[in-house]
Design a protein around this ligand. Structure first.
Ligand code: DAT
Ligand code: MG
Length: 138
């Protein structure tokens, strides 16, 4: 049995607000294992690959610009059902209404911009996770 892995990003808002350690600690406290970690200033090329599924949506360009606005903490975590478990811990996409108890619900809010500055990314399937890990940790 090989444990499932996921790609987690602390987005530029989370890094700039000094929440990287808090967010990593919450993922570790749930029981997942950190297997790789780096601080990276993303390139447009990386983001075009990472967000290929969102091309053409109204928030795509603001999303890419936001992700280029500062460094991102990229992490690989491992554990049984970590993909689903992290997305549950992260909460729903919009931080204003994300459930209290989640990372986005506890630590995020709307900042009046065209993109949801929602602190974290987590892969949404095993296929996405493999692809995203290879994009950020090639
Ligand atoms: P998630 O990050 O919850 O998986 P997603 O994959 O649908 O959400 O979208 C990727 C990111 O794009 C999301 O984290 C924030 C931004 N986004 C999504 N939907 C949006 C919307 N309707 N308005 C503004 N930003 C949005
Ligand atoms: Mg997504």
């Amino acid at each position: 049995v090989s444990a499932e892995r996921t790609l987690i990003l602390v987005k530029p808002d989370g890094v700039a607000r000094g929440l990287s350690g808090t967010i990593l600690a919450r993922v570790e406290a749930k029981g997942y294992s950190l297997v790789d970690l780096k601080l990276v200033h993303a390139t447009r090329e990386i983001l075009e690959a990472h967000y290929a599924g969102h091309v053409g949506k109204p928030f795509y360009e603001p999303l890419v610009e936001f992700m280029l606005s500062g460094p991102v903490l990229a992490a690989v975590f491992e554990g049984e059902r970590v993909i689903e478990g992290f997305r549950s811990l992260a909460g729903s996409t919009e931080p204003t209404t994300a459930a209290p108890g989640t990372i986005r619900g506890d630590l995020g809010r709307d900042w009046g911009l065209k993109v949801q500055q929602n602190l974290v990314h987590g892969s949404d399937s095993p296929e996405s996770a493999e692809k995203e890990i290879s994009i950020w940790f090639s």
